[in-house]
Design a binder for this molecule. Sequence first.
Ligand code: ARG
Length: 589
Amino acid sequence: MKKIITRITELMSAAFADCGYDASYGTVTVSNRPDLCQYQCNGAMAAAKQYRKAPIAIANEVVAALGEQEMFASCVAVAPGFINITLCEKYLADYVLAMGREEHFGVEPDKNPRKIVIDYGGANVAKPLHVGHMRPAVIGESVKRILRYVGHRVIGDAHLGDWGTPIGLIITELKVRQPDLVYFDPDYTGEYPKEPPFDVSALEEIYPYASKWSKEHEDYREESRKAILDLQQGRRGYMALWEHIMRVSMEDLKKNYDNLGTDFDIWGKESDAQKHIPAMIQGMKDNGYAHISDGALVVDVKEETDTKEVPPCMLLKSDGATLYNTTDLATIIERMQLFAPEQTDQIIYVVDKRQDLYFDQIFRCARKTKLVNPDTILTFIGNGTMNGQDGKPFKTREGGVMRLEVLINNVAEEVMRKMADRDIPEEEKREIARKVGLAALKYGDLSNQATKDYIFDMERFTSFEGNTGPYILYTMVRIKSILAKLGELPAAATTAGDRERGAEETNLLLTLARFAEMIEKAAAELAPHRVCQYLFELADNFNGFYHANKIVSEPDEGKRNEWITVLQIVLAILTDGITMLGMEAPDRM
Ligand code: ARG
């Protein structure tokens, strides 16, 4: 379905051309003076320079050339040369009713759909999912859904960290605590036990302990480096231990991501890329991309135009161990083939923005060594930090890292408190509070630009009023209850009445009509905050409309039916919108 703004631009461009001006001056934008008009064209000002004429003269000519248009209630030239446009209300309302009959409300699928892999998990095994991993998960999930909505094919990958330093530390610490475990006996050739020698809570205690200890003890550090190297070289006992660590911890991570409503298509792990590493390294050596520097194998990635220092990308440490970099590069090889036989067009990473320089190195190295095609798009979405009220990264009251499940529960508890006076059975109320709490948390996150830091504000995020997730859900619940009150709904209105509409109604229709524009922008910019902004505006406009009109008791049947159809469209768009944000709405709250 053609967007209204496109339709106006086409008319306007034709009118500029009819008057002998370049058609490109006919570009139309949403008005920045909604008190004066709904759309505007500023092309006459720019054309004035090229054609050496007064802008208002050009604007007048163009408006005259446009003549009467069914679309417009008014189209006027105003000093010094703006063209102000207000739509005919029946046209606008008909457009919205037609949107309601279209798939995705008229959002056209992208003309060049891409095959995209998005990496937005990044949790590390043996560590509980904590708040630091919430932002990539929430932002990535939403970006994935927005891209799918406009027709791209997207594979979401968890890419769990299962191969680096933490594993070496855990093995080392286990050896200290339980040296007699068969996994540490180098001569053992039998089968290893099926049962892990620890449970998830033991693991979660071991890792931070070992990590702290290693910082203070060089020999311990050395031993854990050796352990990871042994693991990478396939030492049997360590592989068996690692598999236990993986299984115990994956189960927990899956449960936690599931609670958050994050839905990965594949549960990739850093270790999955190991199989590509030897050939990749050999290739990079053979082609002269990699060279030895201080004993390590590196690829230079600095460029002449750099204003900051971009260090070489290291592939192998001097002891031959692979690094985080090596894994990420080898993972690219794997990802390029995920849509096989076709190749991947784009890889998106949603990771803490402090890894910005790191991804710069990786992308450059991947391009230089031709792991990707020249037109493969590599995108880094570096997320900012969720801070506490003190402006520092969010912590527990004791100053520790907060588990994500604790945070999720706390928010749900707060929502429970807000619903204390509601007459809803306890169990259902808990379920509602879980949905609303998650929405509060996600909306609080997504309504900020991904790259910006923000402050977690329990009171504000969980408020049922203002620019919050709960407010949007509340609006949906309100619409559902109006529709329920109406009982059996009339057939959808297909033509709008030719009548005067109040400002609230017109605003609501205008906002609805801009849905496709917004989605296209959000998809192009990978920007869920645009969806948030829009949903808030839509919910707000709906509430304005609702308070200004008596929908249920409206005696004019045509008007009432039209309103009911519009209501259903509002609800459906809000539903698609929150789904794109990874939120769910309860039936009441
Ligand atoms: N596990 C990493 C960390 O905790 C994040 C992984 C992000 N993705 C990637 N392909 N490097 O820092």
